[in-house]
Design a protein around this ligand. Structure first.
Ligand SMILES: NC(=O)c1ccc[n+]([C@@H]2O[C@H](COP(=O)([O-])OP(=O)(O)OC[C@H]3O[C@@H](n4cnc5c(N)ncnc54)[C@H](O)[C@@H]3O)[C@@H](O)[C@H]2O)c1
Length: 329
């Protein structure tokens, strides 16, 4: 079978690709697992590190161009992980770009599937940002969407489109709403939640992390390793168990900034956890403060989707998975 990852050169896309390749198979229909014969990685940047694997097809192009999607998806494409996106801070700063990639391109992708008529599985990565305003203490999968950012709005509209294309039988869609993924290696990015990785990554590197939000702000967090497990498990879910509610909120850990620092102290010691500077940023605090701090994961867990046990576990996973050598004292 052919599998496509849009955003295949990105943080989660590249990790998902490696996980799928090491698994070698995927279940997308009755009859059990099928071998993955081709894994297409579509991104504006060329995915690297897959040179030795004949199953990988690196494709570069802009997913907002119909010809690029026509080349990437054909009737043999049985599963599509649609990850390509403009992240939250950039989508807020560059409205037209966010609309074009997060919304217009998502519709184009669904239209390509509709035109082919083969009803592939489409996994769409959505976000906590679809919620906002006055929320119940525990946000459920079916809590009303009320985004307070352009990124959240684009994700929410794309979610609804995926549900309708599923209801019409054009695709077999599933929306996985991701908590903030932490710890992201590398440099800070343009996501409004970038500090949720920087708070661990920079101090472990011997650098100072700048935190733009108050100490008591709580966020909902998941490790990259668990996120990838959930993306694959979510793709393999039987369509009937999702029914008319195609979106699932993935399990996570709810932690305040202070609790994240306490976990860092527990794992790496006082000197590392002291490498923090608070510098308020109203815009980031307002957007991130509109996200739910925790959601009800009963449904996700009943579907077999699992998160991490604690933020300390998330830090340990990062150190282990990325081979980090903490810079102490
Ligand atoms: N990382 C998180 O904390 C988080 C949280 C919630 C949701 N998500 C969602 O998960 C998905 C993956 O996130 P990520 O953290 O890996 O982000 P990322 O920015 O690392 O990856 C996104 C990829 O999309 C690619 N892309 C952007 N515009 C494109 C275009 N026009 N054509 C083709 N490719 C394009 C980028 O080059 C990038 O490689 C996104 O949909 C994101 O919105 C991520």
């Amino acid at each position: 079978m052919k599998v496509l990852i849009t955003g295949g050169a990105g943080f989660l896309g590249a990790r998902l690709a490696r996980a799928l390749l090491s698994r070698g198979e995927l279940t997308v229909a009755e009859g059990g697992a099928q071998p993955i014969d081709e894994l297409a990685l579509l991104d504006v940047a060329a995915a690297t590190g897959f040179e030795g694997d004949a199953r990988v097809k690196v494709m570069t192009g802009d997913i907002a161009q119909p010809a690029v999607l026509d080349a990437a998806i054909d009737r043999d494409t049985a599963a599509i992980f649609h990850l390509a996106a403009i992240v939250s801070g950039q989508a807020e700063a560059e409205f037209e770009l966010g609309m074009r990639i997060n919304l217009d391109a998502s519709r184009l992708l669904l239209e390509r599937c509709r035109a082919l008529g083969h009803r592939p599985r489409v996994v769409f990565t959505s976000s906590v940002a679809v919620y906002g305003g006055v929320m119940p203490e525990l946000v459920r999968d079916d809590t009303a969407l009320n985004p307070q950012s352009s990124y959240g709005t684009q994700k929410a509209v794309a979610e609804l489109l995926l549900s309708d294309y599923t209801r019409r039988g054009f695709v077999d869609g599933r929306v996985l709403r991701l908590p903030t993924i932490s710890v992201r290696p590398g440099r800070p990015n343009a996501a409004t939640t970038s500090f949720a990785s920087g708070i661990v990554r920079e101090p472990l590197n011997g650098e100072t992390a700048v935190i733009p939000v108050p100490r008591d702000l709580r966020i909902w967090l998941l490790s990259p390793r668990r996120a990838i497990d959930c993306l694959i498990a979510g793709c393999e879910l039987d369509s009937n168990v999702l029914g008319t509610q195609r979106a699932v909120n993935l399990p996570g850990v709810s932690a305040s900034v202070d609790e994240m620092l306490a976990a860092l102290r527990e794992v790496a010691g006082d000197a590392v956890a002291a490498r923090i500077e608070f510098r308020a940023d109203e815009r980031i605090a307002r957007i991130v403060g509109s996200f739910p701090a925790q959601w009800d994961t009963t449904r996700a867990r009943s579907l077999g989707l699992e998160g991490d046990a604690s933020f300390a576990e998330i830090i340990r996973r990062y150190i282990e998975d990325e081979g980090i050598r903490p810079v102490a004292g």
